[in-house]
Design a protein around this ligand. Structure first.
Ligand code: MCA
Ligand code: AMP
Length: 488
């Protein structure tokens, strides 16, 4: 079977990873990940403490070499979320950077350091032996388990087999003319598909390289694009911040103008931001559409016409249909008939871990129901027009379930009733709003206290950005909260 990372197997002497001043070539990565893989091999599942560091990249590559499924853990997970992820995925090992301080839920596991101290890179890395490593695992074997929010309940672990990763990355090679000469810059978190699979595993599979900024800032993007980086991947919030700055920043405009490819995804990039960036740089951002469960489904092609407000055409190997409310396929390519996007293909996940009920509900006749609504232009370009579930919020490119936040808020002693909605936000796309009936109207918990509470239980990006206090929540005759009435 062909290797997942051909350039690693070939021990290419070219840069592979750069995080700050820590770098590895493909050959050095083969050594570092190879020796770690020998220690991981045989484990049932490995949790990776997914800080935006070189350690995370090495740990994930090592687990892929060892054929052991990886659970990337958000290092900013709150207590309740972390407890759920650990209990549900039941890893037997955790890999972290040497300096990481792990919370109790993970500290109980056997721990391996991804790499030695940064000063020891790369001279003191043990020589890479693939001795003791199993042969390339079967394409159907699980590679990653990525947790993703639903409308209610805790996040579900999407089990992603190796063939889904290779299918999606190789389809993007075709769509984006992505080669070993490409140098990607990004600043996305490494516990989701966008930052980890596209942003780290993508360049490694192509034999190219990635420079990770650690955290997003416009200067960093401009600096890297001006010094050899060819591509930038970001969420719309990042492009929005670029669009706000670029008209008055000739250095940034020049850097973006020189890029080979600027790609946005995880949420819709507003047409206004597309236009502002194009006006200042002469370059068009292209969008691709994906989902944790499906990896990438469509993209504007590098050799296609960039069209703002569209997510392009189905990727190689992806079958895509739109269905109407009764589940019948829509044949029209008329730019106006909207239907739910359903997909089929080698890019799909296999199941939600421990959730056969949810897995079954997610498919119809072998097609995966995305819950996203779209229309199709006459030439097949897809335009996403909305989402079926109002209780799913996309904020900063993160998918967040309203029910999960409501449950966390209800755990706060100062909260009697809670409802959570998403509201348009120029920067985040949507912002999380908490509607609260306080337990004691004369002494309600402050907005900050509630935000801290949610951040500590779930994750910082799930915290409400606004809190509104009510005497009662609007309910229908059945007692169900009428969320639409809240905004009136
Ligand atoms: C703030 N912080 C807090 C609190 N308030 N921490 C604890 N308690 C609090 N009360 C911390 C934050 O963690 C953060 O730390 C810092 O303060 C600023 O936070 P914040 O205001 O939330 O930053 P932001 O402006 O909202 O961030 C914007 C962002 C971010 C950088 C664009 O949203 C982001 O990285 N988004 C990427 C999401 C993504 O990768 N989605 C892919 C999934 P610090 O600064 O230290 O971090 S979708 C996917 O994978 C599919 C397949 C697809 O299609 O791509
Ligand atoms: P997640 O479940 O976090 O992987 O997010 C997947 C969801 O992000 C999809 O179902 C879409 O709603 C949304 N999404 C991803 N890319 C785009 C895009 N380019 N335009 C609009 N929505 C997108």
């Amino acid at each position: 079977m062909s290797p997942f990372f051909p350039a690693l197997a070939a021990r290419a002497d070219r840069p592979a990873l750069r995080f700050g001043d820590r770098t590895l070539t493909h050959a050095e990565l083969a050594d570092a990940a190879g020796s770690l893989a020998a220690r991981i091999a045989g484990a049932r599942r490995v949790a990776v403490w997914a800080t935006p560091t070189l350690d995370t990249a090495v740990a994930v590559v090592a687990a892929l070499l060892a054929g052991v499924p990886v659970v990337p853990v958000n290092p900013r997970s709150g207590e309740r979320e972390l407890a759920h992820v650990v209990a549900d995925s039941a890893p037997t090992l955790v890999v972290a950077g040497q300096d990481a301080v792990l919370p109790p839920a993970l500290a109980a596991l056997e721990r391996l350091d991804a790499l030695g101290p940064s000063a020891a890179l790369p001279a003191q890395l043990p020589a890479g032996h693939r001795t003791g490593l199993p042969p390339e695992p079967s394409p159907e074997s699980p590679a990653l388990i990525v947790y993703t929010s639903g409308t209610t309940g805790p996040p579900k672990g999407a089990v992603l087999p190796r063939r889904a990763l290779t299918a999606t990355l190789d389809a993007l090679e075709d769509a984006w003319q992505w080669t070993a000469d490409d140098v990607l810059v990004h600043a996305l978190p490494l516990f989701h598909v966008h930052g980890l699979i596209l942003g780290i595993l993508g360049p490694l599979r192509r034999g190219g390289s990635v420079r990770h900024l650690g955290r997003f800032d416009i200067e960093g993007v401009a600096r890297e694009l001006s010094s050899g980086a060819t591509m930038f991947f970001g969420v719309p919030t990042m492009y929005h911040r670029v669009a706000e700055a670029v008209a008055d920043d000739p250095g940034l405009a020049k850097a973006l103008a020189g890029a080979r490819l600027l790609v946005s995804g995880s949420a819709a990039l507003p047409v206004r931001d597309h236009r502002r960036i194009a006006a200042a740089t002469g370059r068009r951002v292209i969008e691709r559409y994906g989902m944790t469960e499906t990896l990438m489904n469509t993209s504007v092609r590098a050799d296609g016409e960039p069209r703002a407000g569209t997510v392009g055409v189905p990727l190689r190997g992806v079958e895509l249909r739109l269905v109407d409310e009764s589940g019948d396929p829509i044949e029209a390519y008329d730019g106006e008939t909207a239907g739910e996007i359903q997909v089929r293909g080698p890019n799909l996940f296999t199941e939600y871990l421990n959730r056969p009920d949810a897995t079954e509900a997610a498919f119809t006749e072998g097609w995966f129901r995305t819950g996203d609504m779209a229309i199709r232009d006459p030439d097949g370009y897809l335009r996403i027009v909305g989402r079926k579930a109002t209780d799913l919020i996309k904020s900063g490119g993160y998918k967040i379930g309203a029910g999960e936040i409501e449950n966390a808020l209800l755990d706060h002693p100062g909260v009697r009733e809670a409802a959570v909605t998403g509201e348009p936000d120029a920067d985040l796309g949507e912002r999380i709003v908490a509607w609260i009936v306080p337990a004691r109207p004369d002494d309600p918990p402050s907005a900050e206290e509630l935000a801290d509470h949610v951040a500590a239980q779930l994750a910082a990006h799930k915290r409400p950005r606004a809190v509104r206090y009510l005497d009662a929540l609007p309910r229908n005759d059945m007692g169900k909260i009428m969320k639409r009435a809240l905004h009136d």
